[in-house]
Design a protein around this ligand. Structure first.
Ligand SMILES: [Fe+2]
Length: 220
C-alpha cells in the first residue's frame, strides 16, 4: 500500500500555514509542493526508469519543508541553501512519528537532503529517484506556471502590471527558473523534452501578454 499522500500533504500544509512566508504569495509552498508532486508522477511515467515511486512521491511532499525553519526575511536570504538539510531533519522526525519503516524513511530523507544538489552545482552520483525529484522541482516552475511567481513578486515589490510584463519579456528567464540555455541543469532526457515544450508554451503566452500591454496611450 502506498503512503497516504493526502494525509502527508495536509501535515506539510499545516506547517506552512503556521509559517509567516510560505503559505501565500511568491513562496506559497502549498502550491509548489503540489506541482512538484504531480510533476514527479509525470516524470516517473515518461522516463520509464525503474524507481521506488513511494519514496519519490513522499520526498516530493516534504522536499521544501525545511523552509519553515527560515521564516524571517534575513534567514530566507542568509540560510536559503540550508533548507534541504533542515528539511531532512524535519522529514525524519515526522515520518518516525508516523511509524514508517526506517529504511523507507532514510531513502526519503536522502532525497530531501540532496534535492538542491543539481548537476553543474554539485558533483555526485545521483540515484534515479534523486534525478527525478531534482528535475521535477525545476519543471514544476516552468511553462504557464512560470508566470505565477513573477506576478506575485510584482505585487510584493509594488511593480506596475505593465512594467512587470516588460520585465518578464526582457529577462532571459521569461520561462521561470530555467531557459533553453541552461537545460543542462536537468538530469534526464525525458525532462529536457518536457522542458522544451514548456518553454515554447511560455514564450507563446509571453507574446500574448506582451501584446495586451501595447497601446497608443503609452506611445511617445
Ligand atoms: Fe528546495
Amino acid at each position: 500500500m502506498p503512503p497516504d499522500y493526502k494525509k502527508l500533504y495536509e501535515i506539510v500544509c499545516d506547517l506552512y500555514a503556521n509559517s509567516e512566508h510560505f503559505y501565500y504569495g511568491q513562496w506559497d509552498e502549498t502550491f509548489y509542493t503540489l506541482r512538484v508532486f504531480e510533476t514527479c508522477k509525470e516524470l516517473i511515467q515518461k522516463s520509464r526508469l525503474k524507481v521506488n515511486k513511494d519514496v519519490i512521491l513522499t520526498a516530493a511532499i516534504f522536499h521544501d519543508i525545511g523552509k519553515t525553519k527560515l521564516d524571517t526575511e534575513e534567514k530566507i536570504q542568509e540560510e536559503w541553501d540550508d533548507h534541504p538539510q533542515y528539511g531532512a531533519e524535519i522529514t525524519r522526525e515526522i515520518l518516525r512519528d508516523l511509524k514508517f519503516d526506517n529504511e523507507f524513511i532514510e531513502e526519503v530523507v536522502y532525497l530531501v537532503k540532496h534535492h538542491g544538489d543539481r548537476p553543474n552545482k554539485v558533483e555526485m552520483l545521483r540515484t534515479p529517484e534523486l534525478k527525478i525529484l531534482q528535475d521535477a522541482d525545476l519543471l514544476a516552475d516552468m511553462g504557464i506556471a512560470s508566470f505565477i511567481r513573477p506576478f506575485l513578486y510584482s505585487g510584493k515589490n509594488k511593480r506596475k502590471t505593465i512594467n512587470n510584463v516588460n520585465y518578464i519579456k526582457t529577462t532571459k528567464s521569461s520561462n521561470g527558473t530555467i531557459s533553453k540555455e541552461n537545460l543542462y541543469r536537468l538530469n534526464l532526457k525525458a525532462s529536457r523534452r518536457i522542458a522544451k515544450k514548456l518553454i515554447k508554451e511560455a514564450n507563446k503566452l509571453n507574446k500574448k501578454i506582451f501584446k495586451m500591454t501595447q497601446s497608443e496611450l503609452l506611445e511617445g
